[in-house]
Design a protein around this ligand. Structure first.
Ligand code: ADP
Ligand code: MN
Length: 255
């Protein structure tokens, strides 16, 4: 069909554009046969109208801008060929929600994608600003695009805030960690200035990248909670915020 052609063309275009860089390999890796099939499925369901440009190439996933049913969407594609998935199994195996997952690499990646979707839903339910997940299909997560005019909102690490605004953002982030733990029973697990986007004008923080988030039953959830808090406290030092991560940790942990 036309839609399928459009995706193929888009893939070719992406390849062309990146031919001169070493990301070519990554781009080829991400659009493997099963992933293209998944994109066709999403396209035939009307969820995905056309793929747009790449937003990010990470260790395990690529994120693309795309045209959705009636708005722009972000398409996060976990690479099936990625070799950094050994640690994934540990996160999945410690999570009671995934007791029945078979242990092939593909299944782990599919479970991981579903896990990110569920984590985002849970976070959203308790009032945390996150990208609204739309569909998780195999290794592809479709979600709300956080940005304007095809430009994603900046990561916290890339902006400079006024002192008072920084204090507000910091308070919101700590509040989110607290609510996430106490009400959603979740620990983000990779929280830092990289996985928080900031909405321009309002300076509202948005949590992203929740594939590795775990429930409090996970044997390492407390370590992750402390590490998340430490990352945030460390980052906000430059704004004159000086708090003791261990104090914060105790007050959050002791539900
Ligand atoms: P990774 O595992 O590769 O770090 P992330 O989920 O953190 O994956 O996404 C990588 C980058 O892509 C983010 O830092 C952000 O800039 C961008 N991004 C991710 N999700 C969205 C989204 N829903 N809307 C806009 N940009 C996004
Ligand atoms: Mn990330």
């Amino acid at each position: 069909t036309n839609k399928v052609k459009r995706i193929d063309t888009e893939v070719d275009r992406l390849r062309m554009r990146r031919k001169d860089t070493d990301t070519l390999k990554v781009t080829e890796n991400v659009f493997d046969e099963p992933t293209l099939k998944t994109l066709y499925t999403l396209s035939s369901k009307g969820i995905l109208k056309a793929m747009g440009g790449p937003i990010s190439t990470g260790k395990e996933a690529n994120v693309f801008l795309a045209e959705g049913e009636d708005r722009d969407i972000a398409v996060k594609i976990y690479r099936i060929s990625s070799s950094t998935f050994n640690s994934m199994e540990d996160y999945i195996l410690g999570d009671p929600r995934f007791r029945n997952v078979r242990h092939s690499k593909r299944d782990i990646i599919f479970a991981w994608t579903k896990k990110e979707q569920r984590n985002l839903i849970r976070a959203k339910e308790v009032g945390i600003r996150v990208p609204e997940p739309i569909v998780a299909e195999r290794n592809v997560l479709v979600m709300e695009f956080l940005g304007e005019n095809e430009k994603p909102y900046p990561q916290l690490k890339d902006i400079r805030l006024d002192k008072e605004v920084a204090r507000e953002a910091y308070d919101t982030i700590i509040h989110y960690i607290d609510v996430l733990y106490k009400e959603a029973n979740l620990v983000h697990g990779d929280l830092s200035e990289y996985n928080i986007l900031v909405v321009p004008e309002t300076n509202e923080p948005v949590f992203i990248d929740m594939g590795q988030s775990v429930t409090s039953e996970h044997p390492r959830s407390r370590d992750f909670l402390l590490r998340d808090i430490e990352n945030i406290v460390r980052y906000f030092k430059k704004y004159g915020i000086d708090e003791d991560p261990h104090g914060l940790y105790s007050s959050i942990r002791d539900k």
